[in-house]
Design a protein around this ligand. Structure first.
Ligand code: PEP
Ligand code: MG
Length: 623
């Protein structure tokens, strides 16, 4: 194992390349055990830290592998800091050109926004109202004319934009209405976009070509944009591998490396880079032989992916005939097709909050119904599990009335939905209508206490009565399940098993809350691990409770798609796993390799562990 401080060299890189033996290449394999932990602290040779500009020639940076795959492309570097603006006054004769420069940036920003709205519509069949609200700001005549007036007094365009937006920002911040205060974010986003456009440095400029985005951080919204524009990969300075942006990257097959400190300073814009999402290595300005090695790895990985295709119609059984059901985790209708093509037995998790990306308001019940019905129809006759909006924390935060210091512990998931029963009711009605063909289940996120489940059930029953009175068709027996993703829910899993129709374990949040580690924070990435014995005990407790009450239980967190964990999960008694469609065949492949007795034996050993490294050591066959 390489020490965290050890400088990476081309030979160690070659070693990494050699280790990627095509037959077994898998992201999960490469992120298991020490490599993940080892990748946590990025490699930062002191000489590079002191340099203003990176030297020419090949350099290697080490981050956290966050989404598998290898991409070779051109770096598109987005500055993390809010752009510094020139302060010196313009000469009088330059003012008309500066106004023209601002007007053309404004036009470009507006037309980018218009096409982004179009793209978001086709992607999720939803109107991108958040972008529409950006567009309203960009086209606001009062704001734009005021910026022009500032430029006419000799202030450079960037500075004029900052000044004008700061005025609006301070007015909004002083507003009593929390909704108005929330709009500050829109103004900040538009300000950055305008300045980026003035400097030809917005995300949209990365579109096309073979861009690899290098940024401070990325959001789930950015992922949607990357997919639409064909961005090859991304590299960030911060983030955790179980952040929602990373989950989306894996779903969308966009390779990613995160946690490279000062990546936006280390990597110069326009340079060729290689992103190795298996090992977390980024090669800046690669030489020909490195490129050759990576091209070979790319084709090996592709060959491996194609070989897995042969398992599409094969059953998911262990060598000794123990059956496991594989379900898909999806964010959009087209992913349902991918999961069905890979031979899933149903959709175990639809993250409905992705319907909200790029919107500034909650979609109506009718709009939601269209989306849910589309998904249910595509999956039919397979079952689909819609999860109620899990907003808050690092996801969509619109409608949350206050700034929260600890959003992950705040008004998130079911708490938000009970706080806004008007929004929840619209969603329940839409899901119920989509259940008319009896292949729909509904699942509640972030439940911590019994009252939340009870209140949600009262609301669901009320919606059923309303729909029945309106003569609308729906499945009166639609199963309602609970996500076990807080330690409290796990400890109370016998209650939730007795009262609900099914359980699904969200290991991402269960680990976050059990270990008190923010899943989006790279500084605690080496503590965040769903294989910690405390999390495993809670999984076991939940599985036993479900079994006692004859309820189905699945794991739908990222642990289910972690090939190194599969044997252990099966041995713990799980016979339903829900994973990203991109990983489904690999997990099937894995399950078909071992016997159920081996799985049980493995779990017997793991149960004695007190630390995560001990669990990894047993899983990796070192103990
Ligand atoms: C989880 O927490 O494991 C889960 C599946 O939900 P999400 O990742 O969307 O929070
Ligand atoms: Mg969760």
């Amino acid at each position: 194992m390489r020490s965290k401080q050890q400088r990476l060299s081309v030979s160690s890189l070659q070693q990494d390349l050699e280790n990627h033996d095509g037959g077994g290449t898998s992201w999960s394999t490469y992120t298991s055990g020490d490599l993940m932990v080892q990748g946590h602290y990025p490699w930062r040779p002191v000489d590079l830290m002191l340099r203003q500009t990176a030297p020419p020639g090949q350099r290697l940076l080490k981050g956290i592998p966050a989404s598998p795959g290898i991409s070779i492309g051109r770096a598109f570097v987005l500055s993390v800091e809010s752009p510094s603006v020139p302060h010196e006054k313009l000469e009088q004769r330059r003012i008309p050109d500066e106004v023209a420069r601002f007007r053309s940036a404004l036009e470009a920003a507006a037309s980018e926004l218009v096409s982004a709205i179009e793209l978001a519509r086709t992607e999720s069949a939803s109107v991108s109202t958040i972008i529409e609200s950006f567009l309203l700001i960009v086209s606001d005549p009062i704001i734009t004319s005021s910026i022009v007036t500032r430029i006419e007094t000799g202030i450079p365009a960037e500075a004029a934009v900052v000044q004008e937006f700061d005025v609006h920002k301070s007015i909004l911040l002083g507003a009593r209405d929390p909704i108005l205060r929330e709009r500050v974010q829109d103004f900040d986003a538009v300000k950055e976009r305008l300045i980026g456009t003035l400097r030809n440095r917005t995300l949209t400029h990365a579109a096309g070509g073979n861009a690899i985005v290098v940024a401070g951080s990325v959001t789930p919204q950015d992922m949607l944009f990357f997919k639409q524009t064909g961005t090859l990969a991304y590299v960030t300075e911060v983030g955790g591998i179980n952040s929602h942006a990373c989950i989306l990257a894996r779903d969308m097959l966009i390779p990613a490396v995160i946690g490279i400190r000062n990546a936006t300073g280390e990597i110069l814009n326009g340079l060729n880079i290689v992103v190795d999402g298996y090992s977390g290595i980024v090669v800046v300005d690669p030489d020909e032989s490195t490129l050759e090695g990576y091209r070979r790895k790319q084709s090996e990985a592709e060959a491996y992916r194609v070989s897995l295709g042969a398992l599409r119609h094969e059953p998911t059984v262990t060598r000794d005939g123990h059956r496991v059901s594989l379900f898909g985790n999806v964010d959009s209708p087209d992913q349902v097709d991918a999961a069905v093509m890979a031979g899933c037995e149903g959709i175990g998790l639809v993250r409905t909050e992705y319907l909200l990306l790029h919107r500034s308001r909650y979609p109506s019940s009718d709009e939601q119904y269209e989306w849910y019905r589309d998904i249910a129809q595509r999956a039919y006759p397979l079952q689909v599990t819609f999860r109620a909006f899990d907003v808050g924390s690092d996801k969509y935060r619109d409608g949350i009335p206050h700034h929260e210091d600890n959003p992950a512990l705040g008004l998130r998931g079911i708490r938000f939905l009970l706080y806004r029963p008007d929004i929840f009711r619209e969603q329940i009605r839409a899901v119920l209508r989509a259940s008319a063909h009896r292949n729909v289940r509904f699942m509640l996120p972030m439940v911590a206490v019994a009252e939340e489940f009870e209140q949600a059930r009262i609301l669901i029953d009320r919606c059923k009565r309303e729909l029945a009175a309106e003569g609308v068709e729906f499945d009166a027996e639609m199963p309602v399940g609970v996500m076990i993703e807080t330690p409290s829910a796990a400890m109370m899993s016998d209650y939730f098993a007795a009262e609900s129709d099914f359980l699904s374990i969200g290991t991402n949040d269960l680990a976050q809350y059990a270990l008190a580690t923010d899943r989006t924070n790279e500084l605690v990435a080496d503590i965040f691990d769903a294989m910690h014995p405390s999390v495993l005990r809670m999984i076991r407790m939940t599985v036993d409770a479900a079994r006692r009450y004859g309820r189905s239980v699945s794991v739908c967190g990222e642990l289910a798609g972690h090939a190194a964990a599969t044997e252990m999960l099966v041995g713990m008694g799980l016979s339903e796993l829900s994973v990203s469609p991109a990983l489904l065949l690999e997990i099937r492949h894995r399950i078909r390799q071992f016997s159920y007795d081996d799985c049980v034996e493995l779990v017997r050993k793991i149960e004695r562990c007190t630390t995560t490294p001990q669990v990894h050591a047993i899983i990796n066959g070192r103990r």
